[in-house]
Design a protein around this ligand. Structure first.
Ligand code: PAF
Length: 272
């Protein structure tokens, strides 16, 4: 497996990759959720590229850019284990040689809601780096986790709206045995936080907005940023006609901000 740092090295490696190429974009601190993305990538293409880059554009002031976990050696070991063909791990200068880009992708109205309402500019930063990495890696397929459901929805929209010509594959969230969604940020949780954080999964598993709210209200270690039920297709608030919804939650647990979501089958509801 090759580890490359520059766009020229990446272009050289890219030319040698046989068949369809899938990319898995990450910020490192890889866990089993990322391994699942790599396996999905292998299932959908002959060659797999992983990118590792902690993208400052998607962090707001006072967020965790500086303390974001960096575990490059174990990340590379996981990529080897999963049969990845190459890792692209650029420096900040390599990605943004002229400093922070003045031109960015605008995430549009959905980018202002839910996560976007709490993290202004976050999705512009995500879509800008995803667009750049798609240009640099020129994949046939790009694989993203459903854990970041709003990010996945916005990437699908960007690819459609701006004709990127890449297939986007979503992969179900990987959870710890007790239900906690895997996240690089789980590393911040104390033992006590870790216990309190389970309320997020309990709440989502109830499949009902009011029940979920009651479960979260009952856990003093959790402060909810938002809890919403949206239509899984349109991301509008779930309405009488919604057959499949998605419960979304973001909450602070100690000093850690966690997000999670789950699909909810609402079936045909009687309007009365
Ligand atoms: O999901 C992530 O890890 C990041 O948002 C991504 C897609 C790698 C862009 O920096």
């Amino acid at each position: 497996m090759r580890v490359v740092r520059t766009r020229d090295e990446l272009a050289d490696v890219r030319r040698t990759l046989p068949g369809r190429v899938a990319v898995v974009m990450t910020m490192g601190a890889l866990h089993e959720g990322h391994a699942a993305l790599m396996r999905a990538a292998k299932d959908s293409a002959e060659s797999v590229l992983v990118t590792v880059f902690v993208n400052p554009l998607q962090f707001g002031p006072g967020e965790d850019l500086d303390r974001y976990p960096r575990t490059f050696d174990t990340d590379v070991a996981m990529c080897v284990r999963e049969g990845v063909d190459a890792v692209f791990a650029p420096s900040l200068d390599e990605m943004y040689p002229n400093g922070e880009p003045a031109i960015r992708v605008g995430a549009g109205p959905l980018g202002e809601r839910f996560e976007g309402a709490h993290r202004p500019g976050h999705f512009d930063g995500v879509l800008t780096v995803v667009a750049k990495l798609l240009h640099l890696t020129t994949p046939d397929v790009a694989v993203f986790g459903e854990k970041d459901a709003q990010q996945l929805a916005l990437i699908r929209q960007m690819v459609r709206d701006l004709d990127f010509g890449v297939d986007i594959v979503g992969v179900p969230t990987v959870r710890e045995p007790d239900g906690l969604a895997m996240s690089s940020r789980n590393a911040y949780l104390s033992a006590e936080d870790r216990q309190a954080a389970l309320a997020l999964h309990r709440a989502l598993s109830s499949g009902d907005l009011e029940k979920a709210r009651a479960i979260l209200d009952d856990e003093p270690g959790v402060t909810v940023d938002y809890l919403e039920l949206v239509d899984d297709e349109t991301w509008a608030p779930a309405s009488e006609g919604t057959r499949t919804g998605r419960l979304l939650v973001a909450a602070r647990v100690g000093t850690t901000r966690l997000i999670d979501n789950m699909s909810v089958h609402l079936g045909t509801r009687i309007v009365g």
